[in-house]
Design a protein around this ligand. Structure first.
Ligand code: NAD
Length: 274
């Protein structure tokens, strides 16, 4: 849980400018903290609501300052920018603002896309409402496309970039009762593989992470029957933590993870499909 994190032994993101969507809470928030602890100089939090972002930014700043103590050289700066990832114009303007106003030399080194929704679950496919399907696809798929499209010009300019998209094991195996969500996460993996190939010669990697159950608000809001179904599939017989996802993202977002792109890493306590 929050605050139980150890100071990482490495500083793999020293001096980087990192952007994390869905960072007001949950997995995105845990990722933002880890990137900061790994030495990022600027961490931009993107989410829907400015008040939530302001609170998250000051909370992270406090936690990270406490954890780093007198270790390390500089403290990261957190910025919270409200932006609905489904709004392509807004996403583009937000990336431009980050490059022009919050970053030195217009750099955006890392984009982690954790903004996502699960929609209604524990519903069979013949009962899924079209509206729910469109909503989940819009945020989880188009949102990630919008982020890639907006950040890639900056990454191409600097001939370097790390894009990490949060998919789900549901996208690989399919979760019964979660048609829209599973479909959207499979699409994220397909998108990630494509982007990885297209920019393979440009110093830009694009990878995905497929977590199993992490006890965030998203999961707390789901019917207990659905959560039980997902949890029982995990060989380690426990849920993952946001810290465990943050640790994997820190590696994938680092400079040293240079020879892996278009790949989807599982963080699932052993639940996997080839
Ligand atoms: P969460 O609901 O706690 O956090 C998601 C955040 O995304 C929220 O702060 C929300 O406001 C934000 N968001 C939603 N729609 C947005 C939009 N249109 N624009 C900007 N921000 C938006 O969920 P979480 O569990 O932290 O999930 C984070 C990611 O991890 C999601 O993509 C989710 O699908 C994925 N994931 C979660 C689990 C899990 O068990 N929690 C498992 C696998 C994958």
């Amino acid at each position: 849980g929050m605050g139980s994190e150890q100071l990482p032994k490495q500083q793999r993101l020293e001096n980087t400018v990192c952007v994390v969507t869905g960072a007001a809470r949950g997995i995105g928030n845990g990722i933002a903290r880890r990137l900061a602890l790994e030495g990022a100089v600027t961490v931009v939090l993107i989410d829907m609501n400015q008040d939530d972002l302001d609170e998250a930014a000051s909370q992270l700043e406090q936690e990270v300052t406490e954890m780093m103590g007198d270790k390390g050289t500089s403290r990261p700066t957190f910025y919270g920018l409200a932006c609905d990832v489904t709004n392509s114009e807004k996403v583009k303007d937000t990336m431009t603002y980050i490059a022009k106003a919050l970053s030195t030399n217009g750099r955006i080194d890392v984009l982690v896309q954790a903004a996502g929704v699960v929609g209604k679950t524990n519903v069979l496919t013949h009962e899924v409402e079209e509206e729910n399907f469109d909503f989940v696809m819009d945020v989880n798929v188009k949102g990630i496309f919008n982020g890639c499209k907006a950040v890639l010009p900056y990454m191409l300019e600097q001939n370097y970039g790390r894009i990490v998209n949060i998919a789900s094991i549901a996208g690989k195996e399919g979760n019964a009762g979660m048609l829209a969500y599973s479909t959207s996460k499979a699409a994220v993996i397909g998108l990630t593989k494509t982007v990885g190939k297209e920019y393979a010669l440009n110093g830009i990697t694009c990878n995905a992470i497929a977590p199993a159950v992490i006890r965030t608000q998203m999961v707390a809001d789901m019917p207990e029957k659905q959560v039980k179904y997902m949890t029982e599939k995990i060989p380690m017989k426990r849920c993952g933590t946001v810290e465990e996802i943050g640790a994997l993202v820190a590696y994938v977002a680092s400079e040293e993870a240079a020879f892996t792109t278009g790949f989807c890493f599982d963080a699932t306590g052993g639940r996997s499909v080839y």
